[in-house]
Design a protein around this ligand. Structure first.
Ligand code: ADP
Length: 173
């Protein structure tokens, strides 16, 4: 069983074991949540990111949290939405799955996710949330007890409302 929470807050302020960043494949910073995380974590984050040689879409890499309250930052690269026929759903699923997998390998018990790909990358929010619900359920079914607390940080009202509806209807976690 995992405890799932949906909140509206700046993800950089959360005291969790790991926060997930919606990164781009260069891992060298960007706009949106990526910019906020780099600003709050400080310049040492970019130094470590430069050593990682980027990250493929659908994959994730981990760094220290530096000036964030979180111990780790997991940089996940979601797909850019090109209309839905470019394996976007699979790639979004894998970005979440690989984030959870790398979190588990580092003993993470509490993790906070932003709404990956639904900002600048343009993924339709409802469809993205349905994929998130599926991947979380699959991961918890396959690895029960590994991660105890999962927080979805829904920065915008639309995502918040979608998540509230989707996850309140499904209490099987
Ligand atoms: P992407 O390029 O993957 O679409 P964005 O950063 O543009 O990434 O958007 C992803 C989500 O992160 C959006 O829902 C956006 O509202 C949200 N977001 C932006 N800033 C923050 C923040 N400081 N904390 C949490 N979520 C944020």
């Amino acid at each position: 069983m995992a405890n799932i929470r949906i909140i509206r807050k700046d993800i950089t302020t959360l005291e969790v074991d790991a926060v997930v960043n919606a990164a781009n494949s260069s891992l060298l910073g960007g706009g949106g949540v990526d910019g906020a995380i780099h600003n709050a974590a400080g310049p040492k984050l970019l130094e470590e990111c430069k050593t990682l040689n980027g990250c493929e879409t659908g994959k994730a890499k981990i760094t220290e949290g530096y000036n964030l309250p979180a111990k780790y930052i997991i940089h996940a690269v979601g797909p850019i939405y090109h209309g839905g026929n470019d394996q976007e759903a699979d790639l979004l699923y894998s970005a979440y799955w690989n984030s959870l997998d790398i979190a588990e390998q580092h003993g993470v018990k509490s993790i906070a996710f932003p709404n990956i790909s639904t900002g600048i990358y343009g993924y339709p929010k409802k469809e993205a949330a349905e994929i998130v619900r599926k991947v979380i359920k699959d991961f918890i079914d396959e690895r029960p007890g590994s991660i105890e607390n999962i927080i979805f940080v829904c920065f915008d009202r639309e995502n918040y409302d979608i998540y509230e509806e989707l996850f309140s209807l499904n209490n099987e976690y």
